[in-house]
Design a protein around this ligand. Structure first.
Ligand code: 5MM
Length: 340
């Protein structure tokens, strides 16, 4: 493990005004996204869609890195240029999702544990040779009656720590993603309690497994009301609860926090991020690693048509720019109106 290499990659991923694009949808997830625009998920359409995103002019103004799915890491543009080369030329760092997905956890009703540790050392060596310099592993924690259980949180924290240690051994920066889902009618206070419990366990386990905190990034959910909570907390309340929760649980040695959007609208995710950065200075860089909140408007604009590529890229760049402004707490509602 080269600590200096890990730290400089982690820092570059959370450079000023920049954040990460999560484009690592597995086959079932990309099929679901394409279904919403009536496009069939074929290898060619997945390539064309990702190509539209990755060749967006000046994308690196606001995007530092992209998380890819295994298939995408090996793909090229229609013109034959490897996506990793496109990124390299544009100053964007390629990353890779290495988990094998959340699977039902035996003995724990309605809970999951993320699998994928078998053979991970060998896969990481190959991904590094293909150009990946950071990785992502997502654990999924649900809130419900009597859940999450300690067994579920412990098992997921253990897998995250073993994954992170293996990544660092391979000189790949691990993004540790324990996602507490927004599904349900729970309050912001309940999300706060579960997120605190989860992060406390995750960091205790990371330390036990000798993970270098300076050479990793955390990708958490925001502390937010459940989607069907009757009295959803407003932007300021979410920002304050999230920052307070993270200050209690995340060591200042971690260089950056890169939020997931988790089903928030694109504008909502940007507004929350901006409100948090307005509360600064904070102990870590506070940035984004959005999937849907960066892609959804561009996906709709593209709709599977080559003729829409330029327009869709403008929409994608606009979202990246708005989130870039949110990195310094300077995003405004007026900014949403100006698509250049
Ligand atoms: C882009 O979606 C990622 C892949 O999900 P699957 O493995 O389920 O296909 C997902 O892990 C994503 O990176 C995070 O959940 C953050 O995405 P959102 O859309 O919540 O910002």
């Amino acid at each position: 493990m080269n600590a200096q290499t890990l730290q400089s990659i982690a820092k570059a991923l959370v450079a000023k005004d920049k954040g990460i694009l999560a484009a690592d949808e597995s086959f079932p997830t990309i099929a679901k996204r394409f279904k919403s625009i009536a496009v069939e998920s074929s290898e060619t359409m997945r390539r064309d869609y990702r190509s539209m995103l990755f060749t967006t002019p000046n994308m690196s103004d606001y995007i530092s890195g992209v998380i890819l799915f295994d298939e995408t890491l090996r793909q090229s543009t229609a013109g034959g240029k490897a996506f990793t080369q496109v990124m390299h030329e544009n100053g964007v760092i390629p990353g890779i999702k290495v988990d094998g997905g959340a699977k039902p956890m035996a003995g724990c009703k309605a809970e999951t544990v993320t699998e994928g540790l078998d053979g991970l050392r060998e896969r990481l060596a190959e991904y590094h040779s293909l150009g990946a310099r950071f990785a992502k592993w997502r654990a999924v924690i649900s809130i419900g009656d009597g859940i999450p259980s300690d067994a579920c949180i412990d098992a997921n924290a253990h897998a995250l720590a073993r994954y992170a240690a293996l990544c660092q051994e391979a000189n790949i920066v691990p993004i540790v993603e324990p996602e507490v889902l927004m599904d349900g009618d729970h309050t912001l206070a309940r999300c706060d309690e579960v997120t605190t419990r989860t992060l406390d366990c995750v960091f205790a386990t990371l330390k036990r497994h000798h993970v270098l905190l300076e050479g990793m990034l955390l990708k958490p959910n925001m502390v937010i009301s459940g989607k069907s909570c009757p009295n959803r907390a407003d932007i300021q309340a979410v920002a304050e609860a999230t920052v307070n929760c993270l200050k209690r649980t995340v060591p200042a040695a971690v260089p950056g926090i890169v939020f997931l959007s988790g089903g928030q609208s694109a504008e909502e995710a940007t507004a929350h991020l901006s409100a948090m950065n307005e509360m600064g200075p904070l102990p870590w860089e506070v940035s984004f690693s959005y999937g849907r909140a960066l892609q959804d408007p561009a996906l709709r604009a593209w709709s599977g048509q080559g003729a829409n590529v330029e327009h869709a890229q403008k929409i994608f760049y606009h979202r990246a720019r708005c989130n870039g402004a949110a990195r310094s707490g300077t995003h405004t509602a007026a900014m949403e109106q100006v698509i250049s």
